[in-house]
Design a protein around this ligand. Structure first.
Ligand code: DP6
Length: 345
């Protein structure tokens, strides 16, 4: 909600404007892996994801607190260094050319700490983009918010809206045609489930941002990855349109393997898989052979996420728990990022 207070600073009236928004994370079925522009966060290829409930991150933004007064707090800890800069650079986009908005206080709080196994940055930057735009008095605009979120983290562009979202790579050098949009709302396919199986809690050794940069620079497979991924998005969109879980599952699995194959072919190689990751993946294949609809996908980390349906979710969850994954978090299609009253207590 936008609100305002005003104070007199050095004889000038300065209005503090604030807004708070909440967004869900998303999980890519056809992944984004590699930038053609590091500053504008422009990808080499398009991607497709599902926004996931119930997990969420809430971001509160105050603008106009005064130049030099910037503060960023993430999950109760004051951010410093690159993390802080990344947030302030993104918020700076809405402050640009508007001296009355100088100085920002940003607080983000997630209801899924790292232990949930999903990166919270996509949800955080999406919530932040929606809140920062509202605090600056910009009218709601999903495309503009997606572009702003993208500048914080590429995958965040896909968390501004709910359901199945495609991030169009775009062709322009200014990035104005590189945004994500909802293709199907959560109501299109409410029975879909994604089960996050946490097999390793420690922070990953190579962050996505560094891993994809290294892959683009050194993997001889990278060109093939880009070409294939672009076509796979079209196939995956058609599978979602038909609600064809088997087709979507097969695409998601092979796309995850292909992303990891490009990373494994980098020099030096980049391996995100742990022995436990393979154990879960193989168990999912055996489950499928018994007729249970279940397919894995894997981001740049060791924790598999299993695509399945409402009916089979308890079986998948029990299997992952039985293999020692902890926690195991079943998720369903989530909705749009939205403005909310305030941060959760
Ligand atoms: C493997 O969006 O975290 O999860 O744009 O550098 O912030 P930056 O990277 P990020 O990378 C996500 C990579 C991925 C695949 C995906 O979500 O599409």
């Amino acid at each position: 909600m936008s609100s305002g207070g005003s104070e007199r600073v050095a004889g000038a009236e300065r209005a503090v404007r604030s807004a708070t928004a909440r967004a869900h994370p998303n999980l890519a079925l056809v992944k984004y892996w590699g930038k053609r522009d590091e500053v504008l966060v422009l990808p080499h290829q398009s991607s497709l994801s599902l926004t996931l409930a119930p997990l969420s991150v809430t971001a509160a933004v105050e603008l106009g607190v005064g130049a030099g007064e910037d503060e960023v707090t993430i999950n109760g800890v004051r951010a410093i260094g690159q993390e802080r800069e990344r947030v302030l650079r993104m918020v700076g986009r809405v402050q640009a050319g508007r001296p009355e908005l100088a100085g920002a206080h940003v607080v983000t709080a997630g209801d899924f700490p790292a232990a949930a196994g999903l990166a919270s940055s996509a949800a955080a930057f999406a919530a932040l983009a929606v809140a920062a735009r509202a605090a600056a008095g910009e009218k709601a605009d999903a495309r503009a918010a997606s572009i702003l979120a993208r500048l914080g983290s590429g995958s965040a562009s896909r968390s501004v809206q709910g359901g199945f979202c495609a991030w169009h790579r775009g062709d322009r050098v200014d990035g104005k045609d590189s945004y994500a949009e909802q293709l199907f709302p959560p109501s299109h396919w409410p029975e879909v489930r994604m089960v996050v199986a946490v097999v390793a809690k420690e922070e990953k050794e190579v962050k996505s941002r560094d891993g994809m940069r290294h892959t683009v620079a050194t993997s001889p497979y990278y060109g093939a990855w880009v070409e294939d991924a672009e076509q796979e998005v079209t196939r995956a969109v058609n599978a979602v349109r038909r609600r064809d879980l088997e087709e979507l599952g097969m695409i998601a699995e092979r796309n995850a393997w292909r992303m990891h194959a490009t990373a494994l072919a980098a020099d030096p190689p980049l391996c995100y898989l742990k022995p436990k990751t393979l154990e879960v993946i193989q168990a999912i294949a055996r489950l499928r052979a018994q007729g249970v609809p279940a397919w894995f996908t894997l981001d740049a980390g060791p924790n598999p996420v299993v695509l399945t349906d409402e009916k089979s979710e308890p079986t998948v969850t029990a299997l992952c728990r039985g293999l020692g994954a902890d926690p195991v978090v079943p998720c369903s299609p989530g909705g749009d990022a939205e403005l909310v009253g305030e941060l959760p207590a």
